[in-house]
Design a protein around this ligand. Sequence first.
Ligand SMILES: [Zn+2]
Length: 205
Amino acid sequence: MSAVLNAVLMAMQIVIGLFAHSDGLVADGIHTLSDLAADGVVIAVLFLGAAAASGRRAPNSDGGFHASLATLVIGVLLIGTAGEMLWHSIGPATILTVSTSVRASALVVAVFVMFAKEALFRYMRSVAQRTHSGVLLASAWHARLDAVSALVAMMGILGSMAGLPMLDHVAAGVIGLMILRMGYNNCWSALKDLAARPLGNTAGQ
Ligand SMILES: [Zn+2]
């Protein structure tokens, strides 16, 4: 569900964002591309976890080691995305005149993404709680942060419509920092899990 939605959202954000010359929307679209990659990792982890559980006793429903490794991969992807977005946001603002209708379509896309991600968050959280999947729950909270980042992109577009094109750049920068923080948190918790693994194998810690 998440992968299909992300593919659709990414296409909308990047195409409309390029047409509307909205750095914030394009930045958010590139971020959605990394979400899609993360979805692929989550699917692989859930598949491996299910395979392990059917064969022998798995450490937990997500297959602990794979889950930590997946979190690390997602974290590195996020940090890379954030670096790229921050690099772009410090460049000079592109002063390009686009029609109000194009900007309005960028605004519509940002609003749509915000509601779609919030709905995805609620859906994934309920499934994660039902299946006790930590990986899915982490994905769900990620979707909520995506909704917030769409809100920031929306404010950037509104700002540029109001004659303040720098706001769109600021929005791209803020989204970049949010993603950087998320990537750092992912990597940190994954590295802690991986480091604790050889010692904490049998303990119930
Ligand atoms: Zn995301």
